[in-house]
Each structure stands twice: as C-alpha cells, then as structure tokens.
Design a protein around this ligand. Structure first.
Ligand SMILES: [Zn+2]
Ligand SMILES: [Zn+2]
Length: 342
C-alpha cells in the first residue's frame, strides 16, 4: 500500500508498505477520508514527543474508513462496517482514568497513520475508541470526530449555557469547531480573527459574530463594548499564542471562565492579574485532547441529520501524494482543512 511516512522533523516520505494484517484484537481499516490538522504542520516541523514517540510511522491522525479485516477475538465490528477511530486510547486503569479524566491518562496510547491506504488499529483503540457509522454519513464528515471531540471538551469545561456570550480567539478549524459547539448550546458566539480570505470564509459560514482583531487597536476594549461593558461569560483561546491567552483573560467578565485550549510553545508564560482573578472569581482552565465519551458525542452530532456540518472548513481535496503540498498550504495559511482521499 502507499503511505506517507514520517521519519523525523522535516522528513516525510512516500513509501510502499505491506497492507497490514490484523493481530489478535486488532482491526484493519481502509482509509476513505483523512483530514489535515494544524498539529501535523507543527509535528512535521519539530516532531512531537507525545503523539509520535517512535519513528518511522505513517503520518496523520484524523480519519474514517471501512473495516477490511478483523483479528481474532474482535466482536464489536466486522468486515464492511464503516467506522471512525480516535487517535488515542486511554488505559482505563490509571489514577486519572479511574477519576473519569481519561484525556489525561498517564499511559495514553497514540495512534498515527491516517495518510496511508490502510491502518491497523491496536486492540486498546478497538476496545475504547472505535465507533461504527451509519450508511448515510460521509467519511469526510466523520473524520471530523477527533477535532470536534476536542472542541466539545473545551466547551464542556466552561459549562457553556444557553444565553451566555462565548468569545473564541482564533478562526482556524478548531476555533470554528469551538464556535459550532458553543452555538449548539445556544450561546451567543463571537469569533475573533484576523482579516484575510480565511476570516471572510469563516464569516460566510455564519458561525457567530466576527471581530477582526487587525481592525482595532484594542481588541479587548472592542469585546468589552460588544458585551455591554461586562465582558464575556466565557472566553476561549484557540490560537496557542501567549499574548492571546492574556487577551482571553482580559476580555472575560466577573465570575467568568477562561479556557486555554490552544497549546503554546514550550517555555512560554503569561502574567495573571491576581486581584481580578481573586475578587472576580475567575475560573482559569486548561482543556486538552478528548475522551471516549466525547468522541461518541462528536460522532452523534456529525451523524445527526446534517444539523452539524463542518464541511465548509474543507478548502481543498487531494490524494495521498498531495499530503506534502497540503501541509505546505496549511503552513502558509492558504488552507483550512485539506481532505485527503487515498
Ligand atoms: Zn488534529
Ligand atoms: Zn489511564
């Protein structure tokens, strides 16, 4: 089979590999749709010690496909089933798994291999994070399950409610999925982005009010004005930039909640206004990754009659040999999500 194999930072090679055969407990999927992700761009540039502990490995982590073979002992799925899998599987037995926080599992097993014709899913992933799809759900939509589950987790952390104002910093795919997730909870959504074709595209998707951070000298003041001077009930950073984390903190209102969703570069830090944080009882929360429960909820939303359709975030379609070009487009800010169809 053909696959795009990651050998280390900057080193992605098109290779011919044997089609995997499933060991006991494993499932082999033919990949019908894979999606590029900002994480891929970062990982290709500098590697990723957590998501990719060993190289070489087939690259890519957002995918949906069709079961072509199952190993001994697998009962949950059979050949011909269409399915989507997460890119990780918690152990289920560590302290944090037992505490109901499997996204923080001390032994989280990461799985890569979306950019190949087939992928073998390890037994733990099959047992915890493989979800079968109904006939009508396009693979390209189902492949959004992983990033959408992360977005649902962020919105869940903030306990977003009907009628609240949620400000999301960042208009990339995850900012948009966060906007959809907050909108699904009937919140008023304000997306903060930067002028350009991507922001115009996001504006046209109608995910919420759009504030152009480049059009105002003080985006926090603009957001305060937009919220009657009070500040938002919830602010979420989806940029992974420390200065924007600071803006998220400044733009939240009394009693509000800030979600730090975007991961910043190692070694960075921000200042926190201790007085406001204490007297205004601000809740400052990180949000990371997803859980099997969130993956299932994401699939349910994506399968629910087209009501939740992230298709507008796909700006390009390519085949496997286009992965390199796709990631270059992403890095240059010329693509949102690229659909890869092996
Ligand atoms: Zn991703
Ligand atoms: Zn665990």
């Amino acid at each position: 089979m053909r696959a795009m194999v990651f050998h280390g930072p900057g080193d992605l090679r098109a290779e011919e590999l044997p089609v995997p055969t499933p060991a006991r407990g494993e499932v082999v999927l033919k990949i019908d749709a894979a999606l590029t992700c900002g994480t891929d761009v970062k990982t290709l540039r500098r590697g990723h010690p957590v998501m990719i502990p060993r190289v070489p490995t087939v690259f890519g982590h957002e995918f949906a496909g069709t079961v072509t073979a199952v190993g001994a002992g697998v009962r949950r799925v059979r050949e011909g089933d269409r399915a989507v899998a997460a890119n990780s599987a918690p152990c289920g037995s560590c302290r944090l798994c037992l505490a109901g926080r499997p996204n923080l599992c001390e032994d989280l097993l990461f799985v890569n291999g979306a950019y190949g014709e087939f992928i073998a899913l390890p037994p733990r992933l099959v047992a915890t994070n493989l979800v079968t799809l109904g006939r009508g759900t396009p693979a390209a939509r189902a492949a959004f399950a992983e990033p959408l589950a992360c977005a649902l987790g962020g919105v869940e952390r903030a306990r977003v409610e009907d009628g609240q104002t949620v400000v999301i910093f960042g208009h990339g795919p995850l900012g948009c999925l966060l906007a959809m997730a907050a909108g699904a909870r009937k919140a008023r959504v304000i997306l903060v982005g930067k002028a350009g074709w991507r922001f115009e595209r996001v504006r046209a998707l109608g995910l919420g009010e759009c504030v152009d951070a480049t059009a105002t000298p003080d985006v926090v003041a603009a957001l305060r004005t937009a919220t009657g001077g009070r500040g938002a009930e919830v602010t979420i950073d989806a940029t992974g930039r420390p200065e924007v984390w600071g803006q998220a903190l400044d733009a939240v209102g009394r009693g509000g909640c800030v979600i730090f969703f975007g991961g910043c570069a190692p070694g960075t830090s921000i200042n926190i206004d201790t007085r406001r944080t204490h007297y205004e009882e601000l809740a400052l929360l990180g949000a990371f990754h997803h859980t099997p429960e969130l993956i299932r909820r994401a699939v349910e939303l994506l399968e629910a009659d087209g009501a939740f359709d992230p298709h507008g975030l796909i700006t390009h379609r390519m085949q496997l040999d286009g992965v390199r070009e796709a990631l270059d487009l992403m890095a240059a800010g010329q693509a949102m999500k690229v659909l890869i169809e092996p």
